[in-house]
Design a protein around this ligand. Structure first.
Ligand SMILES: [Zn+2]
Length: 145
């Protein structure tokens, strides 16, 4: 999202993002928020996203990531796919352009593959029962189990 904002401003996306982060951190420090600033992660930096890419490749190698055609919300002005909540009312949340519904090759993850195993593993955890109940209900919503 910051990428498109940077393009709109005619700025380099990395410079734009780092500048915004610096401003945000400065404001939060002035407010006295007590984060451990040595343990902060930035998802746009290679040192972080290389692990996302590695993880995705491992899922692909194991047949857990696959492509197929699917309908997506497409903003022709931003030239990007939008999540349903970003295309509320049929318009792009950023630029208010009417969103197209487009058939496109899309990546999917087989999130159901380990649902049963995760549910069984939940019983072995020493978590509060209300937390386990919430997790079971989430599984019911996501996977119907
Ligand atoms: Zn847009």
């Amino acid at each position: 999202m910051l990428y498109n904002a940077a393009i709109e401003e005619g700025a380099n996306p990395e410079v734009w993002t780092n500048s915004n982060i610096e401003i945000m951190c400065s404001q939060q420090k002035r407010l006295g928020l007590s984060y451990d600033w040595d343990r902060v992660l930035w998802s746009h930096q290679k040192s972080y996203y290389k692990f996302d890419q590695w993880f995705f490749l491992k899922m692909y190698e194991r047949g857990l990531a696959y492509r197929q055609e699917s309908y997506v919300n497409w903003c022709p002005k931003c030239a990007t796919v939008l999540a349903n909540e970003q295309a509320s009312g049929g318009r792009c949340w950023r630029c208010n352009t009417v969103v197209d519904i487009k058939l496109q090759q899309t990546w999917f993850l087989k999130i159901r593959e380990y649902a049963d195993q995760l549910l069984k593993g939940l019983e072995t955890l020493e978590w509060p029962e209300n937390v386990k109940t919430m997790q079971r209900k989430l599984n019911q919503c996501l996977f119907g189990i």
